[in-house]
Design a protein around this ligand. Sequence first.
Ligand code: T1G
Length: 708
Amino acid sequence: MSEVVSYEILSGDKGGIAVISIDNPPVNAAGHAVRKGLMEAAARFNEDAAASVAVIVGKGRTFIAGADIREFGKPIMHPVLYEVVNAIEAVDKPVVCAIHGTALGGGLETALSCHYRVALKSAKVGLPEVHLGLLPGAGGTQRLPRLIGVEAATDIIVSGRHVSAPEALKLGIVDALDDGDDPRQAGIDFANRVMNENMPVRRTSEMEDKIASARGNKALFDGIMASVEKKARGQISPIKCVEAIKAATELPFDEGMKFERDAFIELLGTEQRDALIHAFFSDREVGKVPELATGAPRPLDRAAVIGGGTMGSGITCAMLYSGLPVTMIERDEESAAKGRANVEKILDDGLKRGKIDQAKRDRLANELYSVSADIADIAEADIVIEAAFENMDVKKELFERIDKHAKPGAVLASNTSYLNIDEIAAMTGRPQDVLGLHFFSPAHVMKLLEVVVGAKTLPDVTATGFALAKKLRKTAVRAGVCDGFIGNRILERYLTQAAYMIEEGASPYEIDKAVVNFGYPMGPHQMGDLAGLDIGYANRKRLRDSGWNGRYAHEHMDRIAELGRFGQKTGRGVYIYDQGSRSGREDPEVLEIIDRVREEKGIEPKTFTEEEIMRRYFAAMVNEGARIVEEGIALRPLDVDIAMLYGYGFPRWRGGPMKQADIIGLDKILADIREFEENDPEFWRPAKLLVDLVERGENFDSLNKKAA
Ligand code: T1G
């Protein structure tokens, strides 16, 4: 046998049991050696008179967690997985699959080709290929509908979600659950049951009754396709998944497998697959920062949050949900009561959404959470997170007090979204223990956490920031100190470019439409109406009051805000929100305001195509991202990608701005920037890194690979 697939015969109740074990750490990915080994094992079992039943099981932490993603984009090596799973199913004696850990993608497809499936109660199964820009390519779209029906199979294949073992049992994906924690024993016990009950070979590919009702049901598939297309927002793989499932109801199994295979090969060659796999590996690479190699995280058993407003209460709940006790500090009893009310409102919403049950809600609110008006109550906290008003003087004064009351060795963090962490740290006698932890609102929901490393921040303090992110199930991105760190600094650039385009002739509605068609869930003006236009107005006012006098193109937004139109919360902003509606409609008065501003500036408006809007909007994003990497504010281009994917709605199937720029071609991006630079040299000075990469014929991903 191969070194990753072993074959052993045990004596069972009524005959020999062939135990076929896969040992390919860390996740038993179905790489070529595993596929070859399984193919050989299936053939050997078929011929082995000493064995009546076979068990396929994974060693280590999980059953097969899928095809080996690292093989994609490389020459295909036979046997490919669909050949292996068909060979397993074709065996003339019963094959049992024992599932533990996460049987995902090709792992579940391997299980589906077995004749019976037993799972440990803690196991999970799923077909997440859609998240990689693919579809199940080893029979999943053909076997799963036959096993559990079209609707249930479509939900699992198109969502890519993990299914718990109990739900898998209920759906019919697995035949039994095992109470133990040893998948090998679970498999052997089920194999004995197969022999004792004379259970026959049972091939999923031969099951037709579950798909019969869907066969030729145009209305069913039209309905499914319509809802999938709406949610896909330009991603191709969900559409292909539905087409393959439909083919399972229309074609004989072998032809359905060919349909799936053709679709799989087509998707394998797409830019979306390249981008989504980039995102998958970047999710893991982004957490590999130098500080983690040099400093173990400090203890994280108790936390304190200064401030009970929107951010403070969101951060508090994110930590409560992770099981971390939190003491919230407010300036007086009245504010403390408001802080508690904010926290309980979030917990009650979690209860309503089924995230927690009543008992957990009460435990979090009454045992893990406390609120106080006395800052001395932070004394036991391992980490203190300041989430007070976004004003440097307020933060400086607070950090002087935090420094007096926090215990030695406590990590002191500010949630500031752009202020200078080094200035804040200097207010304490322990700048080495200070860093920025920039949460995104709502903090108990948004996955991104920018870990802002100050000049004096110690490695173990940075490591603690990453450890907190992991505990809160957030994605941490390391950022250096600058105005806006990574995400907000890029956001400011493309919002400014949007304002310039409006000044020159575009409408906010054209810009939003272009951005949504690019794949964003909403455009910048829809986002602004959702967050509240008063926030941006206040920030711009502070900037101008500080004497800033660059090109200013936000007058139209100022005038909308000065009319008290702050967006959804006032029923009107850039859009009008009719009673109860969250999707606004265009406001002719906004266009009149914009026309007046142009007249005052003597600007003759020009028309914009959607393509030009996105070229400028996207080039602004990439140019600033390149500067951020060049300055070392972000460690690698992939850190910029992850920040924009998780914090700003950048479409994941484009991989992030830097990956998308690689896909388009950095030479084309630079040519765009040179073209725009002729009209606005100040804004469009090309980032030196971008120029250098183009000159060297390299791209952003080459920097990611150098950093690995
Ligand atoms: N291939 C290669 N490497 C993989 C891998 C995979 N499928 N899954 C994980 N790894 C690596 C990962 O990069 C990391 O490496 C280490 O394993 C631990 O992973 C034909 C075509 C299984 C839930 O999409 O969801 O099957 O950073 O840090 O948090 O139809 O990994 O240590 O060097 O994520 O415990 C479908 C992807 C593939 C599953 C474990 N399967 N993996 O999570 O550990 S396509 C997937 C996961 C397919 C077929 C199609 C998770 C996990 P390193 P980790 P974890």
